[in-house]
Ligand binder design. Sequence first.
Ligand code: 0GY
Length: 289
Amino acid sequence: MSRIRSWTGAPSKPRFVPPPGAVDAHCHVFGPMAAFPFSAKAKYLPEDAGPEMLFALRDHLGFSRNVIVQASCHGTDNRATLNAIAQSGGRARGVAVVDPAIADAELDALHAGGIRGVRFNFLKRLVDDAPRDRFLEVAKRVQRLAWHVVIYFEAELLEELTPFMEAIPTIIVIDHMGRPDVSGGPDGPEMRAFREFLRAHPTIWTKVSCAERLSAQGPPFDDFVSAVAPLVAEFPDRVLWGTDWPHPNMQDAVPDDGALVDLIPRLAPTPALQKKLLIDNPMKLYWAD
Ligand code: 0GY
């Protein structure tokens, strides 16, 4: 497998200036591989994208903090994520991926290292298996740490996964809205189903992110904005936003992170909505202490 570079080295400076304290609530680090090798089960092999690069991007885009989500290429070895958090001077926290057999003491160590959630990934192109029963046990076990669960799945699984999600006792954050088809606007069937799902499940939150993968039109992502802005308006207290840098495994049309940031005022048009999306909501989940 050859190593993939999935990000642009020269993102534009966004016109939108995030409010002081803004959190990029979905991003990753890759390696560096010499210190933190990738998983033998990784489905893609990225070039190194370590903490210095992430924090330089954070500053360039005008953010204050990062939530670093363990990427599938590192499997259940969270050391690269923990290393980045440790280097952040308190400005990053994280979401881990764990082996369901993990000991309580190891969960405690992850918590001490800045982890505040655990991620369950259902994308077959990224992971070999997703054992629901065992994930449920993990969700119950992380309750004592006041963690939440992050779930990544594609829209076709929404209905099937609903009973599983209803059994999870913690807050759930769904990555990228469960990857709906945004081409039909806010009332396309998958966007409508997802909004109805959020209406029925008040402890489920979502990330209104990933325009670069979900948009059929590409920049300036009008289809994404038109489909997603009503969701931010309806659930302003349950939405997060993130760059998704370094855009795992994207090879065609690597996005300009500055242009992604410029989507924020189109998704959340008022300063009050921007404050919830970028500060209040992520701070509740990641910096409650
Ligand atoms: C994302 C999206 C993807 C990958 C991962 O852990 C990962 O490898 O999350 C994807 O390929 O859609 O959120 O970064």
